[in-house]
Design a protein around this ligand. Structure first.
Ligand code: ZN
Ligand code: ZN
Length: 360
């Protein structure tokens, strides 16, 4: 007993001493310097750009529903020394900035469609990558409608671009580099996948998906030095995904747990929230369930399926189990329920996709 009270006394004294030290200005300053040095060190993020793999970093795994940590849809494909962003959902820039991704390395932004949960931060992406030293205007690809999106964001940020050039000088921030260039991707009527653009050895192709009544809506395939990945965008179950993903190493597919949305439809009605209830009643017809996504991945014989755009986004392990109900029976292995920060590595030397996290 005496030993315990002595120990507790020593711990209390030590805690007091540490608290006292933290009040000293020189100690505080040294700690702040350490934090600043850590925050400007982007060596871990730079290593993601080594040309030994194509990588996929999840910068937004969430859905339009609120979530404390997940951003809305955003996927970053890293290949050939650059990163390519598919959708810029609200909160997604923060996920990249927190991980010190070198913004000047942006190759292009691609849009799957123009729902607000996908377009929210185009202005921020353009501004931040320009200020970081992007060597030219920002290329923005998407189906018909991308011109309007780019024109609108460009106008909304025109004053701020002016402020920054005036403040930091045109040598550092040439106005012409702060512009965006919209590229409208034409889609063939037969629904086949067609080339979108090439950048060095990276080939990007585009295909239409079923997100009606939203049209057009598209998915993308990235091919780089023998590795490939496919991104579904927002779609109900669509067999064209199977065709697009044949021979690919990775399928990143949206997922909506229809059994949970059905409960939300019923319970919001019971709670006297008819408007929200109607939305939960309307949305199942243009999204894909986790089980359906697993079936599509199996049909395409893709080694790895990554689920993103999780509706509703599970907040904990138990909720993840409920979200994934039925998936194991269809596809026992090769499924990743993504989170912001999930990193998939496809080594150029070959071998299975590697699943990890990037939290430097
Ligand atoms: Zn969406
Ligand atoms: Zn949508």
């Amino acid at each position: 007993m005496r030993f315990l009270s002595w120990s507790l006394g020593i711990v209390a004294l030590l805690a007091l001493a540490v608290f006292g030290l933290l009040q000293l200005t020189p100690v505080q300053d040294r700690l702040i310097d350490r934090v600043i040095r850590k925050n400007v060190d982007n060596s871990a993020a730079q290593a993601l750009f080594k040309d030994d793999a194509m990588r996929l970093l999840v910068c937004g795994s969430g859905s339009p529903l609120p979530h404390p940590t997940r951003a809305r849809p955003c996927l970053a494909v890293i290949a050939g020394g650059k990163f390519y962003i598919v959708d810029t959902g609200p909160g997604s820039w923060n996920q990249l900035a927190l991980r010190h991704i070198p913004a000047e390395r942006i190759g292009a932004i691609l849009y799957t469609h123009f729902h607000s949960d996908h377009i929210g931060e185009l202005g921020e992406f353009n501004m931040q990558t320009w200020v970081a030293g992007r060597p030219g205007p920002l290329a923005v690809y998407g189906p018909e409608g991308v011109q309007r999106l780019v024109a609108g964001y460009s106008e909304a940020y025109a004053l701020d671009r002016g402020y920054r050039t005036a403040h930091h000088g045109a040598e550092m921030l040439p106005p012409e580099r702060g512009e965006m260039q919209a590229h409208t991707l034409a889609l063939p009527a037969d629904g086949h996948r067609v080339p979108a653009f090439e950048d060095g050895e990276l080939k990007v192709s585009v295909f239409a998906v079923h997100h009606e009544p939203i049209e057009p809506a598209v998915g993308y395939r990235f091919d780089y030095k023998g590795r490939s990945l496919v991104i579904s965008g927002d779609t109900r179950r669509d067999e064209r995904i199977v065709t697009a993903a044949e021979g690919a190493d990775l399928l990143a597919h949206e997922a909506q747990a229809q059994h949970l949305v059905a409960r939300m439809h019923t319970l919001t009605a019971e709670a006297g929230r008819p408007r929200i209830s109607k939305i939960f009643g309307d949305i199942p017809n243009y999204h894909t369930s986790p089980v359906e996504a697993a079936e599509l991945a199996n049909a395409a014989k893709v080694p790895l399926l990554l689920l993103y755009h999780l509706t509703p986004s599970p907040p904990n392990r138990i909720a993840e189990q409920v979200f994934m109900r039925g998936v194991k029976a269809v596809r026992p292995e090769g499924v990743v329920l993504s989170d912001d920060g999930t990193l998939i590595t496809l080594p150029l030397a070959g071998g299975a996709p590697q699943v990890g996290r990037f939290d430097p």
